[in-house]
Design a protein around this ligand. Structure first.
Ligand code: ACO
Length: 370
């Protein structure tokens, strides 16, 4: 038995949800480039869950279900009020999603129909939890969700209490489409491992949130913004990148385990970053990002991943840095729950082996002799 570090190249399951083949990402066979241009996040969520694009009636029905389920139980809002105001927002989301299970009468109901209903509820309630905590920590009351607007619009509305501008809704919607699923990424794998024990969907999504939080995965988008803020101005870019590369430190938002010739999602976010920078009249973050990319790709051959330009996109939308990874979770909740449903449909306990590297044989030493 020989271990492969990080399971690189190991094919751990079959899945018909999304594919990365020769650097091309598809959801259910549809190229991400086409979905980014044409599909709404709700259409994509339907596609991931049900394996086909919805017709107009099916889409309207899903939008209605998401709208109706968006309010979270008052007891969970009360808990959010008890959390420290300076808590890590992904830790808050992880705890709140776990708490949501306690108030869902169907939490441990394992029929396919109940699991689909719970997937929709989770998708609807994750944005509400994030927006509510973002307001509570500022001493403001949460804003109740609307029942008849998109996930992207509702989130921006709940965050600010104001109807968001159309361009902001469109930009966030596209970001949600781009982040919705990504084959067997770390958080999706964590979700599948958890539910493969026949544990419930809330446990699967809670595991996934924990995995997404790390800076080598979803946490990288916040780390990119921290980097841009640290660099501060264009004149500092060259020195910063040179120091990082010299010290063999990682530059956040670059590199990918699967893509070696570039992440197909990054270009869409780059375009959005530029457009939003023009609208806000601040192209500084975009231009610094382009310069960093030029240097890192030029000197190290590393290409930006999905997280790199999403940092400047979310900043242009006025979103606080520590909500970037929770926004990733809003989107990926669709992919996580689609994978959980797929795992239940064809389940077998996921239990790999470890290559043992400890002593071959050791004697037990009584405590008095140690
Ligand atoms: N900056 C500098 N060097 C890097 C970077 C980076 N961002 N990424 C990889 N490298 C280098 C490593 O130092 C290593 O060099 P070496 O062979 O000289 O030691 C080599 O490239 C291979 O790197 P690994 O970390 O082994 O690659 P792995 O496939 O395990 O990691 C990962 C992929 C985690 C994405 C990595 O590229 C990374 O840490 N990137 C920064 C964090 C990041 O942006 N994560 C988001 C990924 S996308 C997502 O999850 C949504």
């Amino acid at each position: 038995m020989t271990a492969t570090k990080g399971l690189e190249g190991i094919v751990a399951t079959t899945s018909s949800i999304s594919s990365i083949i020769d650097g091309v990402l598809t959801y259910r066979g549809i190229n991400i480039d086409e979905l980014a241009e044409k599909a709404s996040f709700e259409e994509v969520a339907y596609l991931l869950w049900f394996g086909k694009l919805p017709n107009a009636t099916e889409l309207a029905q899903l939008q209605q279900q998401l709208g109706e389920a968006a309010a979270v139980p008052g007891a969970v809002i009360d808990q959010l009020k008890l959390f420290p105001k300076d808590a890590n927002s992904m830790a808050v989301l992880r705890s709140a999603v776990s708490a949501l299970a306690l108030y869902d009468a169907e939490a441990n109901e394992m029929s396919k129909e109940a699991n689909i209903r719970k997937a929709i509820r989770l998708q609807a309630q994750i944005p509400t939890v994030i927006a509510a905590y973002a307001r509570i920590r500022e001493g403001q009351e949460p804003v109740a969700p609307k029942a008849d607007v998109s996930v992207a619009e509702n989130f921006l509305y709940m965050l600010t209490g104001q109807t968001p501008e159309r361009i902001a809704v469109e930009a966030l919607d596209k970001a949600l489409v781009l982040h919705a699923d990504h084959e067997l990424n770390a958080s999706t794998f964590a979700a599948r491992v958890t539910v493969a024990t026949l544990s419930d969907i809330y446990s699967g999504v809670t595991s996934a949130i924990g995995a997404l939080k790390g800076p080598l995965h979803g946490g990288a988008n916040e780390a990119v913004m921290a980097m841009l803020e640290e660099v501060g101005t264009m004149e500092n870019v060259e020195g910063y990148v040179a120091r990082k590369l010299e010290n063999k430190e990682k530059l956040m938002g670059f590199g990918h385990r699967v893509y070696k010739n570039g992440d197909p999602r990054a270009k869409h976010l780059q375009v959005m970053s530029k457009e939003l920078g023009k609208i806000t009249g601040n192209l500084n973050w975009y231009e610094m990002s382009v310069k960093i990319e030029e240097l890192v790709t030029g000197q190290k051959g590393l290409k930006p991943n999905v997280d790199f330009y999403s940092a400047s996109v979310y900043t242009s939308l006025g979103i606080p840095r520590d909500l970037f990874t929770p926004i990733f979770a809003i989107s990926r909740a669709s992919g996580w729950t689609a994978h959980i449903l797929e795992q239940y449909d064809n389940n077998r306990l996921i239990r790999p082996r470890a290559e043992y590297t400890g002593p071959a044989s050791a004697a037990y030493v009584p405590i008095s002799q140690r």
